[in-house]
Design a protein around this ligand. Sequence first.
Ligand SMILES: [Zn+2]
Length: 130
Amino acid sequence: MSEVDYRAAYLAASAEATRLRAEVEALRAELAAHQRTIPALPTDDGGTPIEWGPWEQAPTPVSHIPVDCDQCAHPGPPLLALGRAGGVIRYQAVRCPACQQMRVCRRDHIGLRVHLTEIAYHPPQGGMRA
Ligand SMILES: [Zn+2]
């Protein structure tokens, strides 16, 4: 390779690096915007700390989780996170992947039934996207 070839290769590589840096910045901004739209889960319920698992697509059908969103036209399934208190699943959070409406409930077992008490609610966010 001549000196001119090295210089051309160097310029091409640095142009590629600049392009990649811009791409990474754009992706970071997109990720930050996406994370801002996800409502925060409560860290405790009246002093009882809640340990949340990851958001996952809710299995369907599940009797005590509504499938479609009552705020937007999203057909579901919603996203589900389970919260543990003292190692036992005691809480559930259900979130619409489109409008981000979120309900957080405590599950109380009364006999064979699961009774849900809402402890937190986040209204749907504007600019609905499917
Ligand atoms: Zn929705």
